[in-house]
Ligand binder design. Structure first.
Ligand SMILES: C[S@@+](CC[C@H](N)C(=O)[O-])C[C@H]1O[C@@H](n2cnc3c(N)ncnc32)[C@H](O)[C@@H]1O
Length: 248
């Protein structure tokens, strides 16, 4: 059984199978095998990583120019083989860049002699931070949190791994594009803001996506979602530590 999306192809209705929903991909040890690696060669993916890298490079630059804070360390969770990281490192080669994902993603990373340090960890239910730095200036989860069984523990650990000047960059797929979610409602825009807020993160910036989803109406848990973001393929958001009284 897969999940299906109904598409209007102009001359009638077409049903497209989006993904196999028989299994949770977070426990799939074969993720990033030869078949799934093929997508990395597609020009659309290359363009997407370029777009995202430009956005993140802009954040790094703004932090320095506007706040005088130099981002020196980056942690990317659920990075895949590391294509986004390489584009960020092209612009900022001195970053101490750490990536975490599954064994086959690391295999591709190693074979391509990518820059950075890759850690294989199973993040499906917990996040063992052994071997990582105490703190990172920038943490990235790009289309990752929606895959794991325990996003709360991941975000709690990210809070511990960041400091008051750190930025936490998150990309969430818009449910309208038919991505796999374990807890879809959690990623509806308002619910997600609340979820991050109770984990002591607050959004301070949101960036647009050039790709558009099929049109579906706004739902009740998207009251805070800006009109222009309703059909954006991804929601790109920058979070900072929320001020907590008496915090050291
Ligand atoms: C939708 S992909 C996003 C990959 C990459 N960030 C990108 O934007 O192309 C989700 C990523 O999360 C990783 N992932 C999912 N479950 C995981 C787990 N239990 N442990 C480590 N990584 C996991 C997958 O291997 C995959 O690389």
């Amino acid at each position: 059984m897969g999940l299906f999306r109904i598409k209007d192809n102009g001359g009638g209705v077409e049903i497209e199978k989006i993904f196999n929903s028989d299994k949770f991909d977070t426990v799939d040890a074969e993720e990033w095998n030869e078949d799934s690696l093929e997508r990395l060669q597609e020009p659309s993916w290359e363009k997407r990583y370029e777009y995202e890298a430009n956005m993140i490079n802009g954040i790094i630059n703004n932090r320095l120019v506007n706040d005088g804070f130099e981002i020196k360390s980056v942690l990317e969770l659920g990075s895949g083989p590391g294509n986004l990281s390489q584009k960020i490192l092209e612009k900022y080669p001195n970053l101490d860049y750490h990536l975490v994902d599954k064994p086959l993603a690391k295999k591709y990373f190693d074979e391509n002699k990518f820059k950075g340090k890759f850690f294989v960890k199973d993040l499906s239910m917990d996040f063992n931070t052994e071997g990582l730095l105490d703190k990172y200036d920038l943490v990235i989860t790009n289309d990752f949190l929606e895959h794991v069984f325990n996003p709360s523990i991941i975000v709690q650990k990210i809070y511990e791994l960041t400091h008051k000047n750190s930025i936490y960059f998150i990309s969430n797929p818009n449910w309208r594009m038919g991505h796999q979610f374990i807890y879809r409602g959690l990623f509806d825009f308002d619910n997600f803001q609340y979820f991050l807020y109770v984990h002591k993160f607050q959004m301070f910036g949101m960036m647009g996506s050039p790709l558009k989803t099929p049109a579906y109406p706004r739902i009740d848990s998207e009251k805070m979602l800006p009109d222009e973001a309703l059909r954006e393929w991804n929601h790109y958001m920058a979070f900072k530590h929320r001020e907590i009284q008496n915090e050291k």
